[in-house]
Write a protein that binds this ligand. Structure first.
Ligand SMILES: N[C@@H](CCC(=O)NCCCC(=O)O)C(=O)O
Length: 255
């Protein structure tokens, strides 16, 4: 049997009792292995112990995962914001994105990973998307059980000429919404793939140096086993990992 493509999946630093642990929620790697039909390799957020290039050289693609931690505001030119922070994850993710683009290999982002991509392209983040009183609140109230947190959602409109619209054959999706932060200024060279009804950018794509970039603010891994469009995100991932064509012109020219 031919070896499947290998996707690197970023881990986070989280406490495990009195110990420190590298953590990836199973759903990310299960969805990538099942629905992108890839093998997975977890990448520790320990830039003190390994260089991003050592991983990037060996993997066929990169998935930047979600996390409760926030991207450090200094990375996009803002003063101190609210944590939790994981500066080692920030450093490893930004170095991995740069290394993958240098090698022309695909990069996928989910939630925090989507935000990391925007920051890597010079964009900034809005930290108030969960504030009550907004026309659209992008996070369930603090402290609700995880099921209710992921049940919180809204519709998104897909860009008609976008990768997602063409590959999924859809004009709009209903997505979950588990983020307090989001895109404020879009990173240079990123194309908008989807917007929420309040105008917030919910998905982006790009192809710098031939490296396909596709990232979403929502969580397709959460319901990939039972929702066709969530599975579709990982289907696109599988095709990009294999260098197979994706409908549309967006990813043809370098960004
Ligand atoms: N902290 C950021 C990013 C939110 C995010 O990635 N949530 C995922 C939580 C579940 C998980 O760990 O996968 C923000 O609040 O915007």
């Amino acid at each position: 049997m031919a070896a499947r493509p290998l996707i690197g999946i970023t881990a986070c630093n989280r406490p495990f009792g009195e110990e420190a642990a590298q953590v990836v929620i199973d759903r990310y790697m299960e969805a990538a292995m099942r629905h992108a039909d890839a093998a997975a390799l977890l990448i520790p957020a320990r830039p003190d112990l390994m260089r991003a290039g050592e991983a990037a050289a060996r993997i066929d693609g990169l998935l930047l995962t979600g996390s409760p931690s926030n991207v450090g505001p200094a990375l996009y030119g803002d003063a101190d914001g609210k944590g939790p922070f994981d500066p080692a994850r920030d450093e490893m993710s930004l170095a991995l994105i740069a290394a993958m683009i240098d090698l022309g290999k695909p990069v996928f982002g989910i939630c925090r990973g989507f935000q990391e991509i925007n920051v890597a392209f010079g964009g900034t983040l809005d930290r108030g998307l969960g504030d009550p009183g907004r026309p659209l609140v992008h996070h369930a109230p603090d402290g609700v059980p995880i099921g209710a947190m992921f049940a919180h959602g809204h519709d998104v409109t897909l860009a008609p000429d976008g990768v997602l619209a063409r590959a999924l054959g859809r004009e709009a999706l209903t997505v979950n919404s588990v983020h307090f932060q989001g895109v404020k200024r879009l990173g240079e060279g990123l194309a908008v793939e989807a917007r929420a009804p309040d105008g917030v950018i919910e998905a982006v794509s790009a192809a710098p140096n031939g490296a396909h970039i596709l990232a979403v603010q929502w969580h397709p891994e959460w319901q990939a086993d039972r929702d066709a469009s969530s599975r579709g995100f990982f289907g696109i991932m599988g095709r990009m990992l294999r260098g197979e064509p994706i409908g549309g012109d967006r990813l043809k020219e370098g960004a």
